[in-house]
Design a protein around this ligand. Structure first.
Ligand code: FDA
Length: 299
């Protein structure tokens, strides 16, 4: 089931149809809208509930120079819209949407423009981590950018066997990391196949990185959230050295509890026409969501 959703999310015909027909199948539960104005409205509501946000203009795997250029322009527009609204919100993006595959030099140029603009506006940009094939190129580019821009961070996936080494190296360089379990389908040669190993690796990465650099713990797993809180308190790690992150529309009760306890909680808010791949990854994570989609279809 997981593989079916993940491959549907990459199918060009289906993705093209989804783009044409706008948010359907109940996707509004996970995606804040198609237009930036809708996303800003959603963020203002979240800010009103005491939550921070990170805005992601959906899109990945730019197939042409024009698509990559448009994605970069949209990142700049998004930073401006955030600044104009005064929202507490930073930016998340995917390097493949900026043409990492087709033209890595142009991708770096776009990233420099985006980071310069974010710096001018006092904002921060997080590079999402995609499938394994893009992990090393993303880390290489991140390191180059970090040498010139303090306002850039990246994501590390606990399911990858290499991540303990990456976190040790990035931590020594004072990186700001978002730690996640990992959302793509990867072979056993590079990723742990068992959930228990992924969870164990996740906690190890949290322990390791929280001693070195700012840590965003991005999960809806209550067990991991509770273990993290216990660890941070035992180690005397101040609350301004870490934050919890969750996805728009998921585990809202846990989000609320953490805000009430005074923890920083940032919500990842995706928007845009290219919602289908993201939506399929959310279904792949939790087959129970399929019932929710079917209900919408019958309605
Ligand atoms: P797990 O899958 O064990 O779920 C724990 C509980 O959370 C479930 O029992 C359920 O209650 C709830 N839950 C989880 N997923 C749900 C869903 N789709 N619908 C409803 N409930 C759900 N991945 C990646 O590869 N690269 C990236 O850059 C990012 N970025 C990112 C940012 C943020 C803010 C978050 C929260 C997550 C990501 N991810 C990601 C996704 C991440 O890798 C992972 O796939 C999801 O967070 C689901 O895993 P959990 O840690 O929530 O645990």
């Amino acid at each position: 089931m997981r593989s079916v959703f993940l491959s549907l999310g990459k199918n060009k015909t289906v993705v093209g149809l989804a783009r044409k027909y706008g948010l359907k199948l109940g996707a509004t539960k996970f995606v804040a809208g198609v237009e930036i104005e809708e996303a800003i409205k959603a963020i203002e509501l979240l800010n009103g509930q005491g939550k921070l946000a990170t805005l992601d203009h959906l899109g990945e795997y730019a197939g042409s120079k024009k698509e990559a250029e448009e994605a970069a322009a949209m990142c700049l527009r998004t930073l401006e819209a955030i600044a104009a609204s005064g929202a507490s919100c930073n930016l998340s993006l995917k390097l493949t949407s900026l043409g990492l595959d087709a033209d890595p030099e142009a991708c770096e140029r776009y990233m420099r423009q985006i980071l310069r603009k974010a710096g001018d506006l006092g904002n921060f940009v997080r590079i999402d981590m995609e499938d394994y094939g893009h992990c090393q190129p993303a880390l290489d580019l991140y390191r180059k950018l970090k040498a010139d821009f303090p306002n850039v961070g990246i994501v590390i996936q606990a399911y990858l066997r290499r991540s303990a080494r990456d976190v040790a190296e990035l931590g020594a360089a004072g990186a700001n990391l978002r730690l996640v379990k990992g959302a793509y389908k990867e072979p056993e040669s590079v990723a742990y196949p068992d959930k228990s190993d992924v969870d164990r690796s996740f906690m190890e990465l949290i322990r390791k990185h929280s001693a070195n650099g700012y840590t965003a713990i991005a999960t809806h797993d209550r067990g991991i959230v509770e273990e993290t809180i216990a660890w941070m308190s035992e180690q005397g790690i101040a609350r301004d050295r870490f934050e919890f992150q969750m996805l728009y529309g998921i585990s809202e009760e846990l989000q609320k509890e953490l805000v009430a306890e005074g923890y920083a909680v940032r919500i990842y808010v995706p928007f845009g026409k290219d919602w289908f791949g993201y939506f399929m990854r959310r279904l792949a994570e939790r087959p129970a969501n399929v019932w929710f989609v079917l209900k919408h279809m019958f309605n």
